[in-house]
Write a protein that binds this ligand. Structure first.
Ligand SMILES: [Zn+2]
Length: 134
């Protein structure tokens, strides 16, 4: 069950985001609390990611596409995506997850392109407070 990780651009994600079968996984650490986030994204900080992979797999039940990102999606995002893929291979159960992706340029690129940023404090974010960059 070799699985590759592909990249997705912000504009591709924006059009896919409305689909119910996609989950966005934010693996930034403290930055999420003060920089805002992509509406509806789940938060699994990279520093505790390995311990929480099984929780994540539970939480995304029914989703077939996971999109990981960190601030720039250069280190933490891709490495957490890889950890998830390795985990699914280890347990020999893909949990219905078909696509594992990384958001190009991460949250910073998303925000810099003027895409909607949510600044709610809800856990999990319900994605209803998205607004333009303030
Ligand atoms: Zn939110």
């Amino acid at each position: 069950m070799a699985r590759s990780i592909s990249y997705i651009t912000g504009s591709q994600l924006l059009s896919l985001k409305r689909r119910p079968n996609i989950a966005i996984i934010d693996v930034r650490d403290d930055e999420r609390s003060y920089d805002g986030h992509i509406a509806g994204s789940l938060h699994y900080a990279s520093d505790s990611f390995s311990d929480k992979i099984s929780n994540l797999v539970q939480q995304v039940k029914g989703k077939d596409t996971l999109v990981f990102h960190c601030a720039l999606s250069q280190v933490r995002g891709p490495s957490c995506a890889r950890k998830l893929v390795n985990y699914l291979e280890d347990v020999k159960d893909d949990a219905g997850i078909k696509n594992v992706m990384v958001l190009e340029r991460g949250f910073n690129g998303w925000e810099a392109s003027g895409r909607p940023v949510c600044r709610c404090n809800k856990v999990p974010c319900n994605g209803e407070n998205a607004s333009g960059v303030s």
